[in-house]
Design a protein around this ligand. Structure first.
Ligand SMILES: [Zn+2]
Ligand SMILES: [Zn+2]
Length: 299
């Protein structure tokens, strides 16, 4: 199995969704994880004439653009829908090459914090000496912060729905819709203890979506040990997809200990199950591209 590097392009018949980082909690590296990749959460989508939309700013963000290895970074103009401020979803921001270009404008939409701290201050106190060489305000780029909660708004022609979802601390899920085609990004999502259920807000995000990107960090045995860590099992992700009539499910936010072989086995077992329940399932991988509504996974 070989990873294909897909040229960044506007989808001719739908969205082009690209996975740049699919791990949860922390980045990982090694022979056992190299096919699915070790970068943390970052996904992007291009469609029509709308500026790119990024989901989360994990370490995969560094590979969003093709100029990682070049000495002169290119500008980037676009928006980020940020689920929450945990490290695995924000650590890529100071290493995003485009922040070194003065024509870069990045609009970050993220949950309003409940500790009285503004969103901007949360980043200012996070990206600064001594834990980073410079302050976030010293980058040449313009970064605009937008505090949101349960909201609906437009980015270009894209209709965005954000809903607070169960996790640890203020956390959002997102649904992006253009021309009746929808992508739902529901990364860190606390599975309820006991019987499966879904909050009204999470259901609104998922119902009938064309592609559901969902937390699937744990096996049931792992969840039994870590049931208050804010995450879901693969089985719960499957149930959410089925109960909300999602058309495709991308297993996402893989545990850093999950090997390529384990993901192969888990996914192979689920393909037939999902088919019987009326949807498709696949495990997301770094550098995988998916065209929505037509899935073309390049793993
Ligand atoms: Zn996470
Ligand atoms: Zn988290």
């Amino acid at each position: 199995m070989q990873l294909a590097h897909t040229v960044w392009a506007v989808g001719e018949d739908g969205f082009l969704v690209k996975f740049h980082g699919v791990r949860g909690s922390t980045a990982c590296h090694g022979r056992d994880t190299q096919r699915y990749g070790g970068n943390t959460s970052c996904v992007s989508m291009h469609f029509g004439n709308v500026s790119p939309i990024i989901f989360d700013l994990g370490t995969g963000l560094r590979y969003l653009t093709s100029d990682v290895s070049e000495s002169k970074p290119k500008p980037f103009v676009g928006s980020c829908l940020l689920t929450h401020l945990h490290w695995d979803h924000t650590q890529g921001l100071p290493f995003f090459p485009a922040l070194l270009h003065r024509d870069t404008v990045l609009d970050i939409y993220a949950p309003k914090q409940n500790n009285g701290c503004s969103l901007r201050d949360a980043f200012v106190t996070k990206i600064c000496p001594p834990t980073f060489p410079v302050s976030i305000d010293e980058f040449d780029a313009t970064i605009n912060f937008h505090e949101i909660g349960d909201d609906e708004f437009l980015i270009g022609d894209a209709h965005i729905v954000s809903r607070l979802v169960p996790h640890i601390g203020p956390t959002l899920g997102f649904r992006v819709t253009v021309d009746d085609t929808a992508v739902t990004y529901l990364s860190d999502h606390q599975q309820p203890l006991g019987e499966f259920s879904i909050t009204k807000g999470a259901r609104q995000l998922c119902q009938g979506t064309d592609l559901l990107i969902h937390d699937s960090q744990f096996t049931p045995a792992e969840f039994a040990e870590k049931n208050d860590w804010g995450h879901s099992t693969i089985e719960f992700a499957m149930w959410v997809a089925e109960t909300t009539s999602a058309k495709r499910l991308a297993l996402f936010h893989h545990d850093p200990s999950r090997t390529d072989e384990q993901l192969d086995v888990l996914t192979a077992r689920l393909v037939g199950v999902a088919q019987n329940r009326g949807f498709e399932v696949f495990a997301a991988a770094d550098e995988m591209s998916v065209r929505v509504p037509h899935v073309v996974s390049e793993l």
